[in-house]
Design a protein around this ligand. Sequence first.
Ligand code: AGP
Length: 610
Amino acid sequence: MCGIVGYVGRKNAALVVLNALKRLEYRGYDSAGISVILDGSIVTSKKAGKISVLESAMDIDSLESAGTGIGHTRWATHGEPTDVNAHPHTDCTGDLVVIHNGIIENYGDLRKVLLEKGHKFISDTDTESVVHLIEHYHRDLDLIDAVVKALNRIEGTYGLVVLSKKEPDRIIAARKGSPLVLGVGTDEMIVASDASAIVEHTRDVVYLEDGEIVDVKADKYRIYDLNKNGIQKNVESINWDIESIGRHGYDHFMLKEIFEQPETIANAFRGRILPDDGNVRLDGLGFTDEDMEKIERIIFVACGTSWHAGLVAEYLIEEYAGIPVEVEYASEFRYRKPVLKKTDLVFTISQSGETADTLAALREARAKGVRVMGITNVVGSTIARESDGGVYIHAGPEIGVASTKAFTSQITVALLISMMFARKRSMSFPEANAILKGLLALPDAVKTVLSECEKVKAIAEVYCSKHNFLYLGRGINYPVALEGALKLKEISYIHAEGYPAAEMKHGPIALIDEEMPVVFIATRDEIYSKVVSNMEEVRARRGRIIAVATEGDRDIVKYADHVIYIPDVHRALVPILASVPLQLLSYYIAVLRGCDVDQPRNLAKSVTVE
Ligand code: AGP
């Protein structure tokens, strides 16, 4: 969702900000804009559409001597994605500009008051009220004091950056509910909504917390709270480099990330398996034996793909550890009155660690005195920092909006968690050993699936022009079906639904005819024969069947039009392996339909507003 950048230093600020915005493109946006200070004036360019449109409209060379600038990619909330509504927004004098992520909830009231005071508004955005409010206070106050004063009147969420032409070597940034990171360089500073825009310049960063304001110059910065008390914070180091956010020859980030999975899955379990004990270690959870014994129920809270990972975790933990599990949409959990007990344990799952609903759910659970652990990918993200403990999935930066490698790593970690609890309860060493051995061999099994990508592509060619898809699976493969359907609709805009296979006859079966491709996850397990019966029901209605099946299953060809085989692995590992061909299928269909795979319309990588 919206991206923010601010730069002060000796480089060409317009170029730095433009390139940083390109790094943030993956977050999802529909307009973009940049302001720099050039020869004592603010020069602003902003355009609806992609950054390339903005770039063509700018004469970057003419801005070469500007050393301070801000830039924004906007994902529309208030007001359509037009040039006028794009950020930065300017005050009445043209002396101040502001970029903002989040939602100003009292913008209507502020706008009314400011209009009465004679301010002129030209956009439909909530953000414009912020720049006029700062202008109002800046008439009598220094810039930082004016910003502090304005922030104290704002209700809602923000990550924002302010630039004033009167102070060409300074930017002020603030955070409440929308992430902001300060990159600390040598004679240059860069603030951004995520570290991928910063890492090219410096790996030394300060993560701002809610309610913090940073006053930035090229060689120094000061952090304050909303009462303007100074705050000392540690400079942390980003543990990945610019290389890891390149496409490395792949046509799309999504394809690169799908193909990274042998490595990312290994990264999720590396150093966490204790083969001699048939156990795992997850030090970040900080559990004592007594803590683990006390837990009577586990609740997973997440959104989207991460919620699907939570469903897989439910099957794993209930089956292997015998602990009751609930899986909740964070957006629902936060607004109902969840009945929580001290013996509950809540896990949030979030790739970005910044999803607004998941963060709010975390805070709600902690406020009720329940211990909350985070399963996140982005190190230093808000969810990681606000949790009582957690597990990083170590998948590396995920740039494609459609989550792929993060999903399989989240399931890998969920399996480790289930093993940790199971071994404290009833799981025997041989059973644990079988799963862990299978896990260690899983990266190679994923490689085998990936080597079949041309077959998946051929299937995509047959079905890419269809308008609807059904994805069906049972048991632990039901969330895999949900995830397969989500991937397809996100990036190819084909309507797709995931269902438990047996539920089909309670409604969706009415949709089946020769135009309806149905993807079955039909791996060999104890309910395989039931799934085959469901396939028969589809065939009887002339639906077209694509089956993901276990290597060696020759019977399946009698029921399916197309079969994608995956290696025969322990059934606890099947969801990870079965997800991979479904990711590939969505990818190839989207490419064949000419869709923007990495930045699908209307979607944001990290949903930081409600
Ligand atoms: C995944 O493909 C989606 N883009 C989306 O559903 C995502 O999983 C969801 O927004 C949650 O994000 P998070 O994991 O960063 O919290």
